[in-house]
Design a protein around this ligand. Sequence first.
Ligand SMILES: Nc1nc2c(ncn2[C@@H]2O[C@H](COP(=O)(O)OP(=O)(O)OP(=O)(O)O)[C@@H](O)[C@H]2O)c(=O)[nH]1
Ligand SMILES: [Mg+2]
Length: 533
Amino acid sequence: MSIATEIARRRTFAIISHPDAGKTTLTEKLLLYGGAVQLAGSVTARKNQRATTSDWMELEKKRGISISSTVLQFDYNGYRINLLDTPGHKDFSEDTYRVLTAVDSVVMVIDSAKGIEPQTRKLFEVCRQRGVPIFTFMNKCDRPMRNPLELLDELEHVLGIGAFPVNWPIGNGFEFQGVYDRQTSQFHLFERTVGGKHRAPVSVGGINDPEIRGRLDDATFHKTVEELEMLDTAGNKFDDAAVLAGKTTPVFFGSGINNFGVQLLLDGFLKHSPAPKARVMGGIEIAPENPAFSGFIFKIQANMNPKHRDRIAFVRVCSGKFERDMTVHHSRSEKGVRLSSAHKLFGKERETVDEAYPGDVIGLVGHDSFGIGDTLTTDSKIQYKEIPRFTPEAFSYLHNPNTAKYKQFRQGLDQLLQEGVTQTLYLRNASTKTPLLAAVGPLQFEVVQFRLESEYGAESRLEAALWHVVRWLPITIKEEDLDALSLPTGARLAYDIGKNPVVLFQNDWSANYFDETNKKFPLSAVPVQTARE
Ligand SMILES: Nc1nc2c(ncn2[C@@H]2O[C@H](COP(=O)(O)OP(=O)(O)OP(=O)(O)O)[C@@H](O)[C@H]2O)c(=O)[nH]1
Ligand SMILES: [Mg+2]
């Protein structure tokens, strides 16, 4: 197959939403319908029950929430799919935002009883800024849901995006029986299966089909027909160009847990979603067909598989062809590195790959110098600057209570920091060496503690720090200037991991006051990207 054919069959997308809307459940069902798993697992699985493929981490299974994003690559119907399930909780949003740099489109999951929730709105904004096409899955229609017309209206008014219903729910809550496919004018009526482990049996037929009509009570049938007529009168047509421009979202209704509407979502998504396209970096356009191989690292994770205690760097391939054993330029070290150990990923499972194409996410093992944001390429002029950085809002000291295990503590912490689970700051003129962790949200500290213990056998103790705000000083500031700064009460100078100076404040008021009174050294809320010597 030519490279153009390989690119055209790639679909790389993330599933995003507010916590608990059903992303991981839907992911598992897409795997079931995509033929990648035979039996679907559940996010609420107890011992001896099957868990989902994407919530593979011990802490995720224990909590029933997603903590870390997961990559799942599989083949379906001629497509090569790279599906990324993301955590919804805002404390883990750094991971989710990084994933958004690596995908070409997203499926936004909405709980139909709740409508658009705050975290969904934030993620939507990031997608819109990046011009990423958005597909919507109105999930949990098996629960008393809001009026579907109202849900569409909310998409249009709250998010300011056109909404095109590709299919339409039949019945609501306990009476939810399936969806009407507006593209083919067919009813799809499903039956539930135990635990939703298997595909749901489905009957498909048109409006005059006696079997379909016989399964619907008069009220449901007439209500559905009436709503469909209203939609037709509104007269919008499916507009591929508007979808690809991120101006309209195709909307699918269903119930992930019961497998209702999953097949229609999968097929509809694949048909209308984009293949990888050119990326623009520093004014130059890098097309996927560019003969030079290029990609960037958007995630690092250690100890994914207890059999191989190692780190995987997740690379999104952007152009050219990847071949195992090829030598590439590594942007951070400015050195050539040979990529001998490359894998395709399926949750925590991995398999060696010999080649990969634009759109693919591959896992590289055995390169300690790789960091998040690094570019790997055969053309050293290409450098991606995709990875956003975040302003921490939670600060805590991490103590090692067991001096005999200092080595495990330090090694574990260093690896977790390299993964970007949290950031670390060093207080200026500090008397102790206790690391000060800085994170978007406090749940990230819990992840550090849990993983230190389970993956490195190191205990730890958290001590809340008194600061709540961090601001970056200009990188040009001299050490003498730092000495001369007069800080508000409780504020403290520190350095980030790149030795850039920062000020820690107790609250926003104090930060704003300092900013107002020290015009010579303007503060920045956004982390500085470079490292000071
Ligand atoms: N009734 C109903 N419940 C569902 C459906 N889909 C998922 N759930 C339930 O909703 C809860 C959350 O599901 P998850 O799939 O873990 O949600 P998530 O969006 O991945 O959550 P985070 O990753 O933690 O943000 C679980 O209890 C699921 O069983 C559905 O279609 N109907
Ligand atoms: Mg999840």
